[in-house]
Design a protein around this ligand. Structure first.
Ligand code: SF4
Length: 364
């Protein structure tokens, strides 16, 4: 976080909330070392709230490609427009559009209490507690909580508030996050170097890594997805843009869908192309098969090359469909799994692999 705040956590002067807000949203589901290059690229492309608010959603999603949980990018973009509108409204300030109250931040899409508290304490040194994943772990260990953090949120929020130093909230919250990131790590916490060792119930128990306690792991649902890379006589391929709802909303992808029980994968692809695009296609050889795990399910994509036969493609289950040349695919934001399909297609066609292939390797 030093790069985001310029290493100025010792002071109490206000800091620019914009880079802090962007970093906090990126860090919601992704580790710092993965976030850093994305954050730097983002700040170079959209260095201010005004430029982000004025950007096209397509460009915002393209910059986020490979970071996962794309709704975060759309919400940042929507939030920038919301702040800009509020600043231009009566009573607003175009020179200082940033809320100072928790409610002001909570009104922005995708901002919860912990992110709002972190921004307010980091940017304005205001006394708001935080409770991100690292802090939950530290606090649950401090009291050797017998329940998983998700089932003891109220108590952990109270503890975070109780411990917060009201004179130096910025420095305190940063120290708490640093403690979770560097010493009180999920496995093998470095209790010997920890300033809270003398007060820590998990340390006193002799088994600090046994905390926080967890619920029994549940088996993730598994699905096979048949995908068609459909080509026409001009050598173009067919892609469609997902509806805006859901985890990957607004991104582009190759058409396909879930395999029904007992259904051959070729029949799945034929059926999906018919149901979602109203086209008939001949399903040819397999291009690639790959697995991708999300937080709530595991998917296996079985991808076949297809030849378009008939029917004008219709966006029956998407926002729009488009025929594009294979070398144009990198101009569209795709989910990580589709980026690997692009790389396989480029290799098959003898094209130079580009950025899409890279995104597929580095995706969360
Ligand atoms: S003593 Fe160990 S378990 Fe307790 S807060 Fe410090 S690092 Fe975490």
């Amino acid at each position: 976080m030093v790069c985001v705040h310029g290493g100025r956590f010792g002071g109490t002067e206000p800091l620019d909330p914009y880079p802090i807000w962007v970093a906090e949203v990126m860090l919601q589901q992704t580790q710092l070392q993965v976030v850093l290059p994305y954050w730097r690229r983002w700040m170079a492309a959209f260095p201010s709230l005004e430029l982000l608010a004025a950007a096209e959603e397509h460009d915002v999603l393209l910059l986020w490609q490979g970071l996962g949980y794309y709704a975060r990018a759309r919400r940042l973009h929507q939030g920038a427009r919301q702040l800009r509108e509020a600043a231009a409204a009566p009573g607003g300030s175009t020179t200082d559009p940033w809320p100072r109250a928790l409610e002001g931040w909570l009104a922005l899409p995708g901002i919860g209490r912990s992110t709002a508290g972190s921004i307010l304490s980091s940017a304005f040194d205001l006394p708001h507690p935080i409770l991100d994943g690292n802090v939950k772990r530290v606090l649950a260990r401090l009291i050797a909580s017998p329940r998983p953090p998700a089932r003891q949120l109220k108590g952990l929020w109270q503890l975070s508030e109780l411990l917060l130093d009201p004179q130096r909230p910025r420095a305190f919250n940063q120290a708490l996050m640093d403690l979770g990131a560097t010493l009180c790590t999920p496995r093998n916490p470095s209790c010997g170097a920890c300033p809270w060792r003398g007060h820590c119930a998990a340390y006193a128990s002799g088994a600090p890594a046994a905390y926080p306690v967890k619920d029994a792991p549940r088996e993730l649902p598994f699905q096979v997805i048949g995908v068609g890379v459909v080509r026409n006589g001009a050598g173009e391929v067919l892609i469609d843009q997902r509806l805006n709802e859901g985890l990957l909303g607004g991104l582009w992808e190759f058409p396909g869908g879930k395999q029904e029980p007992g259904e051959p994968i070729v029949a799945t692809i034929e059926r999906e192309l018919r149901e979602e695009l109203a086209i008939e296609a001949e399903v040819g050889e397999e291009l690639i098969s790959l697995e991708h795990a999300y937080s709530h399910k595991r998917l296996r994509f079985v991808v076949h090359l297809c030849t378009w036969l008939s029917g004008e493609p219709q966006p029956l289950a998407s926002q729009q469909v488009r025929w594009v040349r294979p070398e144009q695919l990198e101009e569209f934001p795709f989910p990580a799994a589709n980026a690997r399909i692009i790389a396989a297609l480029q290799a098959r066609l003898g094209l130079e692999p580009g950025r899409a292939a890279h995104a597929g390797r580095s995706a969360a």
